[in-house]
Design a protein around this ligand. Structure first.
Ligand code: BG6
Length: 482
């Protein structure tokens, strides 16, 4: 919609998220010609700065090889307002700035107009900022969209409380809850893979699938953000949101259409069929120093309390109790300070019944979300040559080989584009969020209350000892060589 008169306000414009994600994504969309012709981006933050100081700072957010002419044209649509997050006068000032900019963009009677409020802010100020927007900035005569970022509470109760407060200010269809994993190329690809190919959907059920593993591994620890992390832990940080969102797309039934509410209905229905996770189906870990001593342990971070039992690693087995999936274990695994950076969805099929050949290994469909986006099927072939033995090989769709010069956009660019288009498909609805917390809250409370001590693992290792055995025992998972 290129002719919509568009204002994007970025709250927290001098913060880390704005710097690393929001502004680079907006710039990327601008370079691609995907921002509406008449767009203004107004940064809002507490720091007192002139417009020039601010645009100087924004420039430092971009890459060295971005063409200066593109940067200059982008900066021409950027403004800055400094203000506090709870002072009505400051928000009224913001409103005047929005009005002035719309006038400068030659606003006319009958123009379709949209105001996007992007809260790149800590959740502690969501409600205060939301209230100020509603009272002093909100313009009922145009379309309004509010973008918010996790953490949405720390358990079911606090999340509901936040939802109620935000829901009192904005309608659900004005709210865009970001889970940036929903903007990743390979996550967006799951729907197409599943529902546009005849051969996946027919085996996508408990008759053919033995287990599903969704794994998130990072090779670095919480250095620099230990204070934040210690309050949340790995389950709240990535598992309750990113991994569970991915699970819901892998497990959902075919939606009636590609309309966002049809998709979100189907995702929510899957979550509704997941029983709360039990502690005995969970393995927790916390990293210590690397074997060679060069990398610090989690508790070596000054911002982490010395007695912290916060897990930096978790593996949970859960079940989706519906006809498609009954009996199929889903293993979610997430950890920091591991041996590699990788996010994969691994669908392991059952053994071949009455096999003609001796069993070698199971077929697997692997969707590699990152790095190096790919989809491959572990397939058994005859060893090439004179041999008659079997060998494990792959049907391999590696995006970087298949699509030369492909530049996969950052998840934030695609999500902001969705917000511009008013498409909610890749955002988390409030009932979906509720379900996600319902699944994890009893476990989280038990871990907190009983101060469950996580197993130690070395920085840079594969995780605590016994991880594979745990998955094998609980989920019948059989490890196969890549
Ligand atoms: C964030 C978590 O939501 O996702 C971080 O808070 C994590 O702890 C990050 O590192 C991972 O995102 P990505 O896109 O780098 O895989």
């Amino acid at each position: 919609k290129h002719d919509v008169l568009t204002t994007i306000v970025v709250f927290g414009a001098s913060g880390d998220l704005a710097k690393k994600k929001t502004y680079p994504a907006l710039f990327h969309l601008f370079q691609q010609g995907l921002l509406p012709k008449r767009t203004r981006i107004i940064g809002y933050a507490r720091t007192q700065m002139s417009r020039e100081q601010f645009t100087g700072r924004v420039t430092s957010f971009f890459k060295k090889d971005d063409p200066q002419s593109d940067i200059d044209s982008f900066l021409a649509i950027c403004e800055y307002v400094s203000g506090k997050y709870d002072v009505a006068e400051d928000f009224k000032q913001l409103r005047s700035e929005i009005d002035a900019n719309e006038k400068a963009m030659k606003k006319q009677e009958g123009d379709e107009r949209v105001h996007i409020y992007y809260l790149a802010l800590p959740p502690s100020v969501f409600v205060s900022v939301g209230t100020q927007i509603k009272e002093n900035v909100y313009d009922g005569s145009c379309t309004n969209r509010v973008v918010i970022e996790k953490p949405f509470g720390h358990d079911l109760e606090s999340s509901r409380e936040l939802s109620v407060k935000i829901g009192a200010l904005f309608a659900e269809d004005e709210i865009y809850r970001i889970d940036h994993y929903l903007g990743k190329e390979m996550v967006k690809n799951i729907l197409a893979l599943r529902f546009a190919n005849v051969f996946y959907e027919t085996v996508w059920n408990r008759y053919y699938i033995s287990n599903v593993q969704i794994t998130f591994k990072e090779p670095f620890g919480t250095e620099g953000r230990g204070g934040y992390f210690d309050e949340f832990g790995i389950i709240r940080d990535v598992m309750q949101n990113h991994l569970l969102q991915v699970l819901s797309i892998v497990a959902m039934n075919q939606p009636k259409s590609l309309r966002s509410e049809d998709i979100r209905d189907c995702k929510t229905q899957v979550l509704q069929r997941i029983l709360p996770i039990q502690l005995e189906d969970t393995l927790l870990g916390q990293y210590g120093r690397s074997r060679d001593g060069s990398k610090p342990g989690y508790k070596d971070d000054d911002t982490v309390p010395g007695e912290s039992t916060t897990p930096t690693f978790a593996q949970c087995v859960l079940h989706v109790d519906n006809n498609r999936w009954r009996g199929v274990p889903w293993v979610l695994k997430a950890g920091k300070a591991l041996d590699e950076a990788k996010m994969t969805i691994r669908i392991q099929f059952k053994d071949m019944p009455n096999a003609l050949f001796p069993s070698l290994a199971r077929n697997e469909l692997v969707i590699q979300v990152s790095p190096k986006e790919s989809v491959y099927i572990k397939t058994i072939v005859k060893e090439p040559g004179l041999s008659t033995n079997l060998a494990m090989s792959e049907l391999d769709l590696s995006y970087h080989r298949r699509y030369q010069d492909l530049k996969i956009p950052d998840a934030y660019a695609t999500l902001i584009l969705d917000v511009l288009n008013g498409d909610h498909s890749n955002f988390v609805r409030s009932d979906e969020l509720d379900e996600a917390w319902r699944i994890f809250t009893p476990l989280l409370h038990q871990i907190d209350k009983e101060q469950v001590v996580p197993l130690a693992y070395e920085y840079g290792s594969r995780g605590p000892k016994g991880v594979d055995e745990f998955a094998a025992e609980r989920a019948g998972y059989m490890r196969t060589a890549r």
